[in-house]
Design a protein around this ligand. Structure first.
Ligand code: NAP
Length: 276
């Protein structure tokens, strides 16, 4: 499995597994558990979740599906902005740990910026790190200016910014992705297949046929073409997980990338970071 290096040198897989909308439907549960387990067996050991997802149901599903595989995992969860304070973050983290059935998170993120000052959130995250509850911390949905403010408040200890990035959401290429790379920070691309909406795109399908891959594989390989970018597709079936895993072994040629640039041009001007 291709890897991405976190600040500090630890390597994590370039392709992980998202879990938004998982654990919410009884009739999907067995398939979702099988999908997560198959993904881990295939090396997609980075699992992304959040206290928000299903109000804890996604974390509980991960605990049930992957509890026995804990030592192989790189577990990422996120706190609501209203919980990212000195008073509340430790409690939110403890609740996530309990649902996940573990004693530590590998990475804990601020889900998006709210009213709590970034400096206070950093202080609370650092306290959790010192207590051994989390190993790394980062943020999500922060644009370049917010990231600069964060670095000023934290001295650059942030491991990642989890952002909306895919073929149809190329805004971060203007300044956020280059800025993160210059800081040695990773980017985690969420909704890398645009929640499935990308997959019916005619030109993408044509390019995929030409490279002997599926549209999902091309979209994921494109997202992972940068050294510092981790893609976290959510897949609720073993078949989708297997298909997505193969994307990590797919290298797009310069001609493929040029065809994708023509079909999905990057916005001409800088635009604010989009979110879902
Ligand atoms: P996504 O991964 O772009 O798309 C998921 C959808 O694509 C699901 O409907 C899935 O269907 C389908 N899919 C996946 N692989 C496929 C394949 N090979 N062929 C056909 N369909 C496929 O969207 P996402 O779930 O929004 O984003 C991924 C993860 O990023 C989330 O689960 C979450 O962990 C994280 N996220 C974070 C934020 C944030 O604010 N930080 C926001 C959004 C998402 P099946 O389920 O049927 O396989």
């Amino acid at each position: 499995m291709k890897t991405v290096t976190l600040p500090g040198g630890e390597k994590v897989p370039s392709l992980g597994q998202g879990t938004w909308m998982m654990g919410e439907r009884r009739d999907r549960r067995a398939d979702e558990i099988a999908a997560l387990r198959a993904g881990v067996d295939l090396g997609m050991t980075l699992i992304d979740t959040a206290e928000m997802y299903g109000d804890g149901a996604a974390e509980a599903l991960i605990g049930e599906a992957l509890g026995t595989l804990r030592e192989r995992l790189f577990l990422v969860s996120k706190a609501y902005p209203q919980n990212a304070s000195r008073q509340r973050l430790a409690g939110a983290c403890e609740a996530s740990l309990e649902r996940l059935g573990t004693d530590r998170l590998d990475l804990y993120l601020l889900h998006w910026r709210g009213r709590v000052p970034l400096g206070e959130t950093v202080e609370a995250l650092e306290a959790l790190k010192a207590a051994g509850k989390i190993r790394h911390w980062g943020v999500s949905n922060l644009d370049t200016d917010d990231m600069k403010e964060l670095v000023a408040a934290s001295g650059g200890a942030c491991a990642t910014d989890q952002i909306l990035y895919n073929l149809t959401r190329r805004g971060p290429e203007h300044d956020l992705l280059p800025w993160l790379a210059a800081q040695g920070m990773t980017a985690m691309a969420y909704s890398p297949v645009e929640q499935g909406r990308l997959l019916g795109h005619r030109t993408l399908a044509k390019i995929a046929t030409a490279v002997g891959a599926t549209p999902a594989q091309v979209a994921l390989a494109w997202t992972m073409r940068h050294d510092g970018v981790i893609a976290i597709p959510k897949a609720g079936s073993v078949a989708h997980v297997r298909e997505n895993r193969a994307a990590a072994d797919l290298t797009l040629s310069d001609a493929d990338l040029a065809a994708l640039d023509a079909a999905f041009p990057r916005p001409r001007d800088r635009r604010p970071l989009e979110t879902l």
